[in-house]
Design a protein around this ligand. Sequence first.
Ligand SMILES: Nc1nc2c(c(=O)[nH]1)N[C@H]1C(S)=C(S)[C@@H](COP(=O)(O)O)O[C@H]1N2
Ligand SMILES: [Mo]
Length: 320
Amino acid sequence: MLIKNPPRWMLRENSATDEHVYLNRRAFMKGVGAIGAGAGLLQATPSLGAEDPSASLYPVKRNESFTLDRPITPEEANTTYNNFYEFGSHKRIYKLAQHLKIRPWAVKIDGHVAQEMTLDIDDLLKKMPLEERLYRHRCVEAWSMTVPWSGFPLRKLIELAAPTHRAKYVQFETFKDKRMAPGQKQRWYPWPYTEGLTIDEAMNDLAFMVTGAYGRPLPKQMGSPLRLATPWKYGFKSIKSIVRISFTSRKPVSFWEDVQPSEYGFWANVNPAFSHPRWSQSTEQVLGTSKRVKTLLYNGYAEEVAGLYKDLPQNRDLFF
Ligand SMILES: Nc1nc2c(c(=O)[nH]1)N[C@H]1C(S)=C(S)[C@@H](COP(=O)(O)O)O[C@H]1N2
Ligand SMILES: [Mo]
């Protein structure tokens, strides 16, 4: 894709410097808070993607249309500081998440489609045009990261699914297996984790199905083998380890909306002007650094997505 007027966040590719240049452990430790045996913990990071059967597909070619205004977050920061409530309601789930069994892995496509189907992940990976994109990610908790994701446009999967005219929303569902994922024993959560988008959002060029990161298959703790990235929305919309994609006529109620609708709504578009009920959204802690920066409208992607919402009331609802 050729972009004639690059938006602000899209600088020349050499400004998005390779991760290793920015791998500053002291800054990282400061950024994510004090950890007892810091160095030991970093060394204990499993060798990611080593036994993943899709390993030979990576690295994939970077799509230069998607680049950044800030350095890529060091891989060690992104793989040891995660939200994946299936494995616990804290940030250090990366070891437990290694119990996630990622093969065989099937993705069911159902609802308002010409024909329901079940896709094997390795067949899907072969069918889809894999590319790398540098994306921002802004968690509703006011921290952010930048990641070189590999994957394919969600639009390509929708074209494969061939939804009927009755499909207005896409709903995504994570696996459910409380023996494998002990967080799912916490019965006050409405497992499985679900998320949803309108069809128009899902067809937007930015909506990306993630299958890899940092030039390798996606680490389990980041939502292997298939995860969503909608970088203009708060991070909880980026559902991990997807097993089902349903086309619906009614707006889905997502996991966090079910838990706390006043704090985590359906739209969840990033907007620094609307505070979360319990904290400001005006700035964000940049993971892997000791920096706080200003949060941008639609997380810096307004040019790409603001048009999706032009006919909706521009009130708090759109940003929660
Ligand atoms: N299934 C599932 N998907 C999920 C979550 C989760 O707990 N379970 N957490 C979300 C939240 S709040 C964020 S910020 C991102 C975190 O992605 P990361 O761990 O790769 O940084 O995943 C999102 N996707
Ligand atoms: Mo988040």
